[in-house]
Design a binder for this molecule. Structure first.
Ligand code: OFO
Length: 169
């Protein structure tokens, strides 16, 4: 049986992951509106990964004979600006999610819930990748983003990203 405090923070984390999916979807729609199809594709693929992150938490709570408690998902606001500004928001958001995952890990240790502690390792590794992915795009945009021809090529590159479903087992 899952520890109740950990169950609560995992339920809160489900909400954060689905909010992340909403955030990336809103960004995808915005990029599509301004004609950046590759950026739109990249953020749409990321939204699907975020749904996977939420679902893995959902399944884990059930596997531990716990209770899933869903809560209202906020609507993302202020989705506008240059690709660099949007990716800076993404990077900040992922750092926030990393902090949240780290707190789940540390609480699992405090509560001696080692099954949850073991489970959350997958998210810790995933967050390293999430932050790095956003950061690499920021670096490219800072270096070349003002040049329209290069922006066009970055957009083409981001068009190549494809969705692969995520699982922690
Ligand atoms: Fe689920 O990692 Fe991004 O937010």
């Amino acid at each position: 049986m899952i520890n109740e405090k950990i169950q609560d923070v995992l339920n809160a984390q489900i909400n954060k992951e689905f909010y992340s999916a909403y955030l990336y979807l809103a960004m995808s729609a915005y990029f599509d509106e301004i004609g950046l199809e590759g950026f739109s594709n990249w953020t749409k693929v990321q939204a699907r990964e975020e749904v996977d992150h939420g679902m893995i938490l959902f399944d884990f709570i059930i596997e531990r004979n716990g209770k899933v408690q869903l809560s209202q998902i906020d609507v993302p606001e202020n989705i506008s600006g240059s690709p660099l500004e949007i990716f800076e928001k993404i990077y900040e958001h992922e750092k926030y999610v990393t902090d949240s995952i780290n707190c789940v890990a540390s609480m699992s240790d405090d509560e001696c819930d080692l099954a949850s502690r073991n489970f959350i390792d997958w998210y810790i590794a995933e967050q390293v990748e999430e932050e790095r992915n956003a950061y690499e795009i920021i670096l490219k945009l800072k270096m070349f983003g003002d040049d329209k021809a290069t922006l066009y090529h970055i957009d083409k590159d981001l068009q190549e990203r494809t969705y692969k479903s995520h699982s922690y087992k």
